[in-house]
Design a protein around this ligand. Structure first.
Ligand code: CA
Ligand code: CA
Ligand code: CA
Length: 237
């Protein structure tokens, strides 16, 4: 292999490691965002907000993740569990089944799907227990929990996109600088050319014969016919 990515990275002025962007909490190898005190949100509102932030509603696959998230929740919060596709079969938003993760924290008597109320989305209540609830129910559930993967970032917290933006911006600046220097050189050359143009002086040598002579090394002579009166040297009356 001609190029080793790690060798190339050594040439790069940024040290990169995986981190969470500002405001996101690192835990269990990913980043979490807990939205509290928001306006009332449906499960879909939370899902869409997490997606817009580049993540999904949170997946709680263990007691550790449950405990971590619970310490930041101040109210009922939606998370990424639902049985929208098949009643009673709960899936995480990443497509895995609830049984595949093997952890649950249902409140006593939950999930208690009500045919008239379609409880197909799951919230964490204030005591940390899970409750299935109508996905569009705005009562009591004002928060949601998101997760997303850690991102490669520099020590200064710059993401890959930021670094690429800086590099592209720098290249554009260098290109503009090169164009500016080129234009300045052309302008200076034009000025030099005009200052080096022949300076013409009048020479009266040769009697009536008259001509312009170039004082510079470049000789340019213009012969003026003898019968042309240039009005130079004549005395006005
Ligand atoms: Ca249902
Ligand atoms: Ca249900
Ligand atoms: Ca319920």
């Amino acid at each position: 292999m001609l190029f080793n990515i790690f060798d190339i990275q050594q040439l790069f002025p940024f040290k990169v490691s995986t981190q969470c962007s500002e405001g996101w909490l690192p835990f269990a190898g990913r980043c979490f965002w807990i939205e509290n005190n928001a306006a009332p949100r449906t499960w879909y509102d939370g899902r869409d907000a997490c997606n817009r932030a580049g993540g999904t509603l949170a997946i709680i696959e263990s007691q550790e993740v449950q405990d971590f998230l619970y310490q930041f929740t101040k109210e009922r919060c939606w998370f990424g569990l639902h049985d929208l596709d098949s009643e009673g079969e709960f899936y995480w938003v990443d497509g895995n089944t609830l049984t595949s993760t093997g952890y649950t924290n249902w409140l006593p008597g939950e999930p208690n799907e009500q045919e008239t109320n379609n409880n197909d989305c799951v919230e964490m209540q204030k005591d940390g227990g899970w409750n299935d609830k109508n996905c569009e129910d705005l009562d009591f559930t004002d928060g949601f929990m998101c997760q997303k993967a850690m991102e490669p970032m520099t020590e200064d917290g710059l993401s890959t996109g930021d670094v690429i933006g800086i590099i592209i911006g720098t290249l554009i600046c260098l290109l503009l600088l090169a164009v500016l220097i080129y234009l300045v050189l052309i302008y200076m050359r034009i000025l030099d050319g005009s200052s080096a143009s022949p300076t013409r002086t009048w020479s009266s040598s040769g009697g009536a014969a008259s001509r312009f002579e170039n004082e510079s090394s470049t000789t340019e002579k213009v012969t003026v016919p003898d019968n042309v009166n240039l009005g130079i040297g004549s005395t006005s009356t």
